[in-house]
Ligand binder design. Structure first.
Ligand code: U2F
Length: 488
């Protein structure tokens, strides 16, 4: 039996690797805090996650937690490439409305005897959720799975457009120097953030009617209209930027790193094996952990470009040569769809030989466990926000090679604000890769980077412990959600 006024949240992520796992962790701790939680996946993503994720199987067994799925409206055999996320988002918005509405405000009795949904916790880029919730007058708290630095840049896009800073003047953009011009319209980042550091949608837009630019502008403007905003970050990392965000969205909760906070609330505690927590679209190849066990301490470069990045075969070969030329050991996640073209044809004998001696290639790795392994010395990353936070939490310095979206902002902060990594943005070629790897792994600079990374890891750990800033923000969030359930 449920009491009148009991809280029930409907948690809806955008269906993608970078979005589902952090929202799953949030959903899990909401349920541990005593709320009823329904987690909405698309059929397609749920099937894929279920096949390869211990976390999903574990969560399905929790009391007050349940999964529900909706169709995404695309044909079964559609490849659903993330780079075309606008098509998926639009399909959900137009074709899945009825299904979503039925979950938010069911026409019949709840089969589990649960109370009605009292709050929607929705991904900020999922218009389906925000529009239907507004229509049904259910309060929404938004979640953005990017860092505060990128979210603040996104929120300032209208001012950047008004101030004539984007789109970039065409003639200047063509010249390399044009991209080094600093941006004035993002308060707190004036004179620091350059054109090249803005989210890729700003850099790529040729006009204000660019479809991606319009989408991110509107989605982020929409986020201002919620009851609050949840961010996967923490005060010690992004306090100053969070203050700016709070000037626009006063109720903003910084709950990160969520993958650590979820361990604080997990019944098994902070010592639970990391493997029980993983949620992935691809099957993890755990053999790389054995390989790491046989490597010396702090000797391995870990390379992963996340779930979306794509590059040409030549680009991939340049990375490969650079890694081999550095003489370091390396563990590289080469997703089956990472590069275009047949890679095998481009591998020369010496590259293959040296890789066998010092390298390990996998299709998908248990990343959290890899980063926590003592053999790992640094992380060559695309600067996706989850990877960035996971590296921060593990105290591992980064070499950042941003690919798109929020990643150019993140890499600028890693290299030049937090200083626990180097920003390789817009640089290419084997000699650059070799130089960057050496910089982060050898000599005084490497020591400095490791020291700052270690210090931030400690602050991350404290933020999620009892009394820490993320812990307190989470308590406030739960209190606010409970108060909403008494509103009607
Ligand atoms: C989109 O990000 P991505 O999915 O490309 O990248 P991340 O945010 O870094 O998330 C990748 C996750 O996949 C995991 C890894 C991260 O949690 O631990 N993973 C893994 O388990 N095994 C592997 O071999 C490789 C990765 C977007 F492209 C970004 O710009 C955004 O910042 C992000 C969040 O919104 O979503």
């Amino acid at each position: 039996m449920t009491e009148v006024g009991e809280a029930h949240v409907l948690v809806s992520p955008f269906p993608a690797q970078g979005h589902v796992p952090p929202m799953l962790k949030l959903a899990e701790i909401l349920s541990h805090a005593g709320l009823h939680v329904t987690f909405v996946n698309t059929d397609n993503i749920h099937r894929r996650f279920l096949a390869s994720s211990p976390a999903l199987q574990r969560l399905a067994g929790l009391p007050r937690f349940r999964f529900r799925t909706i169709p995404d409206g695309l044909p079964e055999d559609h490849p659903r490439p993330f780079l075309q996320f606008l098509d998926l988002e639009e399909s959900l918005r137009t074709r899945s409305r009825e299904h979503y509405r039925e979950l938010l405000v069911p026409t019949g009795k709840d089969p589990d005897g649960w109370p009605p949904v009292t709050c929607a916790v929705a991904d900020g880029i999922l218009r389906l959720a925000s529009e239907v919730a507004a229509e049904m007058e259910i309060p929404v708290i938004f979640v953005r799975t990017s860092g505060a630095c990128a979210v603040w840049a996104y929120l300032c896009i209208p001012d950047l457009i008004k101030g004539g800073e984007i789109p970039f003047p065409e003639e200047e953009e063509k010249e390399e120097d044009g991209l080094d011009e600093t941006i004035r319209g993002v308060p707190g980042m004036e004179g620091f953030l350059r054109r090249r550091d803005l989210p890729s949608f700003c850099r790529n837009a040729k006009s204000t009617s660019d479809r991606s630019l319009q989408f991110v502008t509107n989605a982020n403007a929409n986020v201002r209209r919620g009851r609050g905003l949840i961010l996967n970050t923490f005060e010690a990392l992004e306090g100053p930027v969070l203050s700016h965000i709070r000037s626009a969205i006063p109720i903003s909760y910084a709950l990160g790193p969520l993958h650590l906070l979820s361990r604080t609330f997990d019944d098994c505690g902070a010592d639970a094996p990391l493997s029980s927590n993983s949620a992935s679209l691809w099957q993890e190849d755990r053999s790389c952990l054995k390989w790491l066990d046989s490597q010396p301490q702090r000797s391995v470069v870990y390379i992963s470009f996340g779930s979306v990045t794509m590059m040409s075969r030549d680009e991939l070969m340049e990375f490969w040569h650079g890694l081999v030329d550095s003489g370091k050991r390396f563990l590289w996640v080469v997703r089956p769809d990472l590069a275009e073209g047949k890679i095998e044809e481009a591998i020369q004998e010496d590259l293959e030989k040296e890789t066998k001696e010092r390298g390990c290639l996998v299709g998908w790795a248990p990343q959290e466990e890899v980063l926590a392994h003592p053999a790992v010395a640094c992380f060559l990353t695309h600067s996706g926000w989850n990877s960035t936070l996971e590296s921060v939490a593990a105290g591992v310095p980064m070499i950042c090679w941003p690919f798109f979206a929020d990643q150019p902002v993140n890499s600028r902060f890693v290299g030049d604000v937090w200083r626990f990594g180097v920003d390789m943005k817009d640089k290419r070629g084997r000699s650059v890769v070799e130089r960057m790897v050496r910089e982060v792994m050898e000599g005084e600079r490497a020591e400095e980077l490791r020291r700052s990374a270690g210090e931030m890891a400690e602050l991350a750990r404290r933020s999620v412990g009892e009394g820490g800033s993320s812990y307190r923000d989470f308590e406030n969030l739960v209190k606010d959600i409970k108060a909403m359930s008494r509103e009607k």
